[in-house]
Design a protein around this ligand. Structure first.
Ligand code: F7E
Length: 329
């Protein structure tokens, strides 16, 4: 019989790639969506016909309990989060409730129903925050620097407590930045791929950026969802750091993107202080040795190939009129 997987945050970038992977592996995939956002399932394109949607408020413990009881899923992937970090300063409590609250309510539902559901919590390298050593691994202390990271850390510990105290099969993937052409345009990789493509086509003149010296460990989202799945197939639940182990600056990103369209970025990119951040930390880079050893982690798409793929997709979208050239965050 097909396994059932429940996914929160199914309409996001990771939700798309994970759903596709699970469907390919014969799962019955069910997305949990708040009633007022049920139309957003259309974002999944052709996958929509193969996915079932359950409408429920993620703030509703009874609703979540009923769904878990009724569907008895073999796996739950908790991906839902307002994941654009600067937004969390405007709504720290809302961020906490969605991120930590959803994890806590779902874990409680699994415990109360008493089934052998395996639970994946989407944790983040942001939890490491102000690091004192690089690269980071599963033993690195957490020093979160913003409300998003603090909420994710609370959710992470809640998951650990359910594993240790109640014996649930629950684990976290501590994922570094992972990107694709499905990233919304306010995130830096997509902002740059879309900006370079729009400038190439003569649809825009400049691209306003924040700190060009900021560095990140960027990988391809499609590679990372494979690791989410593998974590739930292991004999014992354990947490894993997932990243490429390579740091690149925003300047390198901009250079790579403009190179793809044969332009010199220096002539188009301007720094606007409104995109600078005060909670920055530029040494967040993964040591994925454990994932490499236990899960066979090996990123398939290089930084350069990822950026090229994104720029080409945005050129195509702009040329076909599928998106507006000023859709840049
Ligand atoms: O920024 C710098 C910015 O917004 C990346 C989320 O998935 O990964 C993501 O969080 C870097 C930062 O992602 C601009 O200052 C420069 O250093 O793409 P981002 P993020 O904040 O790293 C982590 C792991 C998560 O968990 C999050 O949910 O790029 N940067 N200039 C800029 N960033 C933006 N957005 N826009 C700029 O103009």
């Amino acid at each position: 019989m097909a396994k059932t997987a429940l996914i929160t945050g199914i309409t996001g970038q990771d939700g798309y790639y994970l759903s596709r992977l699970l469907l390919e592996r014969g799962y019955s995939v069910i997305g949990l969506l708040p009633p007022q956002r049920s139309d957003s399932i259309a974002k999944l394109g052709a996958l929509v016909n193969e996915i079932q949607v359950c409408t429920v408020e993620l703030t509703d413990p009874v609703g979540l309990l009923k769904i878990v009881e009724q569907l008895q899923p073999q796996e739950i992937y908790n991906l839902a989060a307002p994941s654009f970090v600067p937004d969390s300063w405007n709504d720290p409590l809302g961020t906490l409730d969605l991120v930590t609250g959803t994890a806590t309510r779902l874990l409680a539902a699994v415990r109360q129903v008493g089934i052998d559901t395996r639970f994946y919590q989407a944790s983040t390298s942001e939890m490491f925050g102000q690091v004192r050593s690089s690269p980071q691994d599963e033993e690195t202390p957490f020093r979160p620097m913003n409300p998003y990271a603090a909420a994710k850390l609370h959710a992470h510990w809640t998951m650990v407590h359910h594993r240790q105290h109640y014996g649930l099969f629950a684990c976290s993937g501590i994922l570094y930045n992972h990107e694709s052409s499905r990233r919304p345009p306010n995130f830096v990789t997509r902002k740059v791929s879309l900006g370079a493509a729009a400038i190439k086509l003569g649809l825009r003149e400049t691209l306003e950026m924040g700190n060009l010296e900021a560095k990140r460990d960027w990988g391809y989202a499609g590679d990372y969802v494979e690791m989410m799945w593998r974590m739930l197939q292991t004999p014992e639940p354990e947490d894993y750091v997932i990243g490429t182990g390579q740091l690149h600056s925003v300047k390198e990103l901009v250079t790579a993107a403009f190179d793809c369209v044969g332009l010199d970025w220096n002539q188009y990119v301007v720094v606007n202080p409104k995109f600078l951040r005060t909670d920055e930390h530029f040494q967040l880079v993964a040591n994925p040795t454990k994932a490499n050893r236990n899960l066979g982690w090996k990123p398939q798409v290089s930084f350069e190939a990822l950026i090229e793929k994104m720029v080409m997709k945005d050129l195509e979208r702009l040329q076909s009129g599928k998106i507006a050239p000023d859709t840049v965050g």
